[in-house]
Design a protein around this ligand. Structure first.
Ligand code: HEM
Length: 523
């Protein structure tokens, strides 16, 4: 999570630097750099003048969208605040600022996150080369990202997994939707784990077998370990005085998860060492590709294996009350299960829209068992619009966090290099300024041929972040979510089985704020 803080000392120094900058600008106008020229000519206001709470206010940390909206109304489109003593952060609500932030990125966009993961790996140089994708910035991050993303992001590579993903989802729909579930997030989380293991490791983790459903099974313990690392890692990163007390539990959970991930890697390496050139003719798994890549060694692959297990697993039912510091995240532990939950909820609450999706599913899939192909997904324009509207109304992350790699002028204020800036997309996606009827679920607004379509600013809905550092698994996640929506809509009607609305809590990513009470009936 990009918790990118700035110290008081830094803020003071920057103010002094800013004054120096203006003085210098005034003295030698002809030699001004573009930024200085801009500061000088546009009368840019100093960093410390950015409005915001003067001291740490008592906020509801679990409602980042609501408190963000309140700050927007109170202070305007840019807010500077002290999130914990000495730590400052800048929130931006204006699309031109978000655009500028995106355009200003250099080759290595940076975030401050996953300090605990980094420390754990640094202590184990025999297993890892570095902190991995999540916690590393700079050239080392790009060395990993450049080659890892080939398997993850190339459209053909992603498409190759569609038959296997579709098969698992089809089985899930036919076996799980007819059973009563107290909270539908639980089976969705197991589905997420199953799909991650399948794609990444070729492992058929039968997450729904009676054996695996037991609390002490491998999959249950794996999910618990990921929950601990996600939640306590967040505390470790942000609440300094709790670091030593949470470390032992963090270390224990990290060792467990590492044992499984590294076990997968070793098993795969063993099989590969005996295998003659793709003799099975099957699509190689991601880890088959990584292990045979000349650009990685085994320790790089170990790191990626752990990262994927962490990112692919849901933090089931974990609600932590220990945040006593207001913190911001950029969101990495984002799982398709939250988005699936929100999507089903919105469909259940909007029957007309659900019927349209069912019609599309029926017209694309002649029978409920017809395999979903790439062509079918490409034609599923209504399902895509539904998904985009889900991301507008119920994104998993409040926005995108970046450590500025150069000075910027945002909303007329100087924001210096090194500042932690977090965009507030979730908040602005609900503003009338940007969308008609912002609180209504209207997929039609995304359909070009529809009368309700209005071209919107491309920096408003950014569920996977932006630029080089955006979600490495975006295509995988979208493919999985579309397949899931079509499969459910082809055979089932979903309804919401609670008098209450489903909202979100930020822990630190946005998850459903209550049990996901869904009921399914066969069409
Ligand atoms: C609905 C599903 C998902 C959403 C909305 C989502 C969203 C995001 C966002 C917003 C970021 C930060 C981007 C930025 O800073 O610009 C991110 C990063 C990341 N995501 Fe996802 N994600 C999803 C699913 C997944 C899955 C299933 C995996 C892995 C199996 C994954 C792995 C990662 C990784 C490893 C990063 C860090 C990339 C880097 O720093 O280079 N994500 N994701």
């Amino acid at each position: 999570m990009g918790l990118l803080f700035m110290s008081k000392y830094c803020a003071m120094k920057l103010q002094t630097d800013f004054v120096k900058l203006l003085v210098c600008s005034a003295n030698s106008k002809s030699k001004l750099s573009p930024l200085r020229r801009q500061l000088y000519s546009q009368n840019v206001k100093p960093f410390t003048d950015i409005p915001g709470p003067t001291s740490l206010e008592c906020y509801n940390h679990e409602q980042l969208d609501k408190v963000g909206h309140e700050k927007y109304l109170k202070y305007g489109p840019i807010v500077r605040e002290e999130v914990s003593p000495g730590n400052h952060i800048v929130l931006v609500f204006d699309t031109s600022d978000i655009e500028q932030l995106s355009l200003s990125e250099n080759a290595f966009p940076s975030r401050r996150s996953h300090l605990a993961v980094k420390k754990f790996r640094e202590n184990r140089p025999e297993i890892y080369n570095s902190g991995g994708l999540l916690s590393t910035n700079g050239e080392e991050w790009w060395r990993l990202r450049r080659d890892f993303q080939k398997g993850f992001s190339a459209p053909q590579a992603v498409r190759a997994y569609l038959p296997a993903i579709d098969e698992v989802i089809q089985e899930f729909v036919s076996l799980q939707l007819c059973q009563p579930h107290e909270d539908f997030l639980h089976p969705l989380s197991r589905l997420s784990l199953q799909l991650t293991c399948l794609v990444a490791f070729d492992e058929k983790f039968d997450c729904f077998s009676p054996q695996e459903m037991k609390p002490d099974s491998r999959s249950s313990r794996l999910m618990d370990a990921a929950a601990t690392i996600n939640s306590l890692g967040f505390v470790y990163d942000n609440v300094e005085n709790l670091r030593s007390s949470v470390w032992p539990k963090l270390e224990e959970a990290s060792l467990f998860l590492e044992g499984i991930a590294v076990g997968f890697v070793q098993k795969k390496a063993k099989v590969l060492s005996k295998k003659v050139d793709n003799e099975s003719g099957c699509v190689p798994s991601l880890f088959e590709r990584y292990l045979t890549s000349p650009n990685f060694d085994c320790k790089d692959v170990n790191g990626m294996a752990v990262d994927l297990l962490l990112a692919g697993i849901e933090t089931v039912c974990y609600r932590n009350k220990i945040w006593d510091t207001w913190v911001l995240h950029f969101g990495v532990y984002l799982q398709t299960s939250y988005t699936s939950s929100f999507a089903l909820y919105h469909l259940a609450k909007n029957e007309e829209i659900q019927s349209k999706l069912q019609l599309e599913a029926k017209s694309l899939l002649q029978s409920s068992t017809q395999p979903i192909s790439g062509e079918i997904l490409a034609e599923a324009s209504y399902a895509r619009a539904v998904l985009k509207e889900v991301f507008r109304m119920s994104p998993i992350s409040i926005g995108v966090g970046r450590l500025l790699t150069k000075d910027l002028v945002l909303s007329g204020f100087h924001v210096p290099k090194g500042t932690n800036v977090v965009t507030q997309n979730q908040v602005i996606c609900r503003l009338e300024k940007y969308f008609d009827r912002p609180n209504d679920f209207l997929p039609e607004r995304w359909l070009k041929e529809n009368a309700q379509h209005v071209k919107s600013n491309p920096f408003l809905v950014l569920p996977f972040g932006h630029g080089r550092r955006s979600c490495i698994a975006r295509r995988f996640a979208e493919q999985q979510l579309l397949t899931f929506l079509l499969r459910v809509a082809r055979t089932h009607q979903v309804s919401w089985d609670s008098p209450e609305e489903l909202g979100c809590i930020s822990v630190p990513i946005n998850k459903p704020d209550k049990s996901v009470k869904l009921r399914f009936s066969r069409l």
